[in-house]
Design a protein around this ligand. Sequence first.
Ligand code: ADP
Length: 284
Amino acid sequence: SLKSRRGLPQKRKIRDVEKVIAVSSAKGGVGKSTVAVNLALSFARRGIRTGLLDTDIFGPSVPTLLNLSGEPRLDENNCLIPLTNYGLKSMSMGYLLPQTQTDTQTGEVPMDTTPISWRGLMVTKAMHQLLHSVSWGPLDVLVLDLPPGTGDVQLTINQEVIIDGSVIVTTPQDIALRDAVRGFGMFQRMDVPVLGMVRNMAYFACPNCGHQTKIFSHGDGDGSNHSCEDRGVVAECKRLGVDFLGDIPLDARVCEDADRGMPTVVAEESAERSARREAFLGVA
Ligand code: ADP
């Protein structure tokens, strides 16, 4: 039985999946999904069998990021068959939800009139299906794009599946960083090892002159006025004993790549390829 003695569902491994890495952020809009999708694609491009599971039920962004849509088919065990692009298998609530039709006349999106209690039930069911009824096939790594925040949904996911490690995405802004520290606390309580923190939108690199501007103050001894509480990401990682995984610049191309459904990891690769081909043709 999957129920433990206290009636709580028992944690289990996702079938056929070797390791689960959760990408999280304590608040929305810091680039969590962007990091999750590019991380998963980097694994896939290194020949690691990878899947990406979008558990953000209310704001699934993986369909757009991977330029995928359409309802997944079911296999003989009634498990959802993942949709694949760029060699990456993926599953998202976005594939299961009926596409919201925007009124072309008024531009208004119709309001969801489903009662909240019913919605709660559907969310729990949907989450369960996403976690346990996807036929991934053998995977080395499954990247979980967690919903933003440090609340019940994250706890529920952790109660249902074994998460082997987590990556916390933050921006240099103090408020985001303080939230990230809260996220660290959450994973500690959940007994999930934190693999490290990524500082997204760390600086703006001018495409014309290459000059780097720190849009948000960093607090890592950059001379800005900070109170003692305000530490930068690097200092905070040191304090918590967490690896600082690196900076990602604020770059318009990251946003453009996301919008056209070709994440930067893939876009850069194809740009490099065509540059090589042009150079080759130029020589030939
Ligand atoms: P989250 O998952 O944390 O809500 P997203 O990954 O959806 O955040 O990113 C929010 C928005 O910011 C998206 O439009 C995305 O394209 C953009 N974005 C994320 N990271 C960067 C970056 N490094 N440079 C430019 N735009 C970015």
